[in-house]
Write a protein that binds this ligand. Structure first.
Ligand SMILES: C[S@@+](CC[C@H](N)C(=O)[O-])C[C@H]1O[C@@H](n2cnc3c(N)ncnc32)[C@H](O)[C@@H]1O
Length: 224
């Protein structure tokens, strides 16, 4: 499914409105369980000294966390200008601004810099055109690609479908263009395999699946 400019603007507005609260929540509660899992998978597979690209970085706390765990640099991009503002402020507050860069961009329609590791934490479910996001991510990543998506499988599948259906109904009644999407896991896997990646790890939290893919085939860009 492709996106249109109105949808993209409404996604940005939705997360503009949430940016400050999301930042405060992270500062008081730390990473969520699924994000902790993603960070653990990256550290276990070699994060130290790596350049990280966080697509849909929100307020930047995950990207900054990768720096604390030894990544050499991070770049975060997001549709929400308010989230990017918070991310840049947070980088300065943390004294990490020299190794972090946060910018407003639609990663589905723009190329992103070559990086060793690319992550998309709960981003695919917020955007209609998963293929374009996955293509950008896989073109940018020379080693690892991690992402977090709703737990749309097994016994959780009906729960997820009802929950997301209700959220989308509320958004429709509120006449917003924001929707959540359950992109088929098999299509994401096929696209990643076609772009030179193989699944290396899969983990679960209560509501989310965390995947780590490794580059095994050509197409990796050179960094720097
Ligand atoms: C649920 S939030 C997750 C934010 C952050 N990754 C986290 O885990 O806290 C989804 C984010 O993805 C961003 N996003 C969605 N589609 C995007 C796109 N095509 N390009 C860049 N950012 C996008 C949204 O603006 C939003 O900030």
């Amino acid at each position: 499914m492709t996106s249109n400019p109105v949808q993209t603007r409404e996604i940005a507005e939705t997360f503009d409105n949430l940016a400050h609260d999301r930042c405060c929540k992270y500062k008081s509660k730390g990473l969520t369980a699924s994000t902790e899992v993603l960070l653990r998978l990256l550290t276990e597979n070699g994060l130290v000294g790596k350049a990280v690209l966080d697509i849909g970085c929100g307020t930047g706390f995950f990207a900054l966390e990768t720096l604390r765990q030894g990544a050499s640099s991070c770049i975060g991009v997001d549709l929400s200008s308010a989230a990017i503002h918070e991310a840049n402020e947070f980088a300065k507050e943390s004294g990490l601004q020299d190794r972090a860069r946060f910018e407003v961009a639609n990663a589905a329609s723009t190329q992103q810099p070559p990086s060793d590791i690319v992550v998309m934490d709960k981003v695919l479910c917020c955007y209609p055109d998963a293929d374009s996001l996955v293509k950008t991510a896989s073109t940018s990543s020379s080693e690892l690609l991690g992402f977090v998506v709703p737990r749309d499988e097994g016994l959780m599948r009906p729960v997820m479908r009802v929950g997301i259906g209700l959220i989308n109904l509320v958004e429709r009644l509120r006449k917003t263009g924001f929707r959540l999407y359950l992109h088929p896991l098999r299509s994401l896997d096929t696209l990643l395999v076609d772009n030179g990646f193989q699944k290396s790890s899969k983990a679960k939290s209560r509501f989310w699946l965390v995947f780590l893919y490794k580059r095994t085939g050509p197409g990796a860009p050179g960094r720097g």
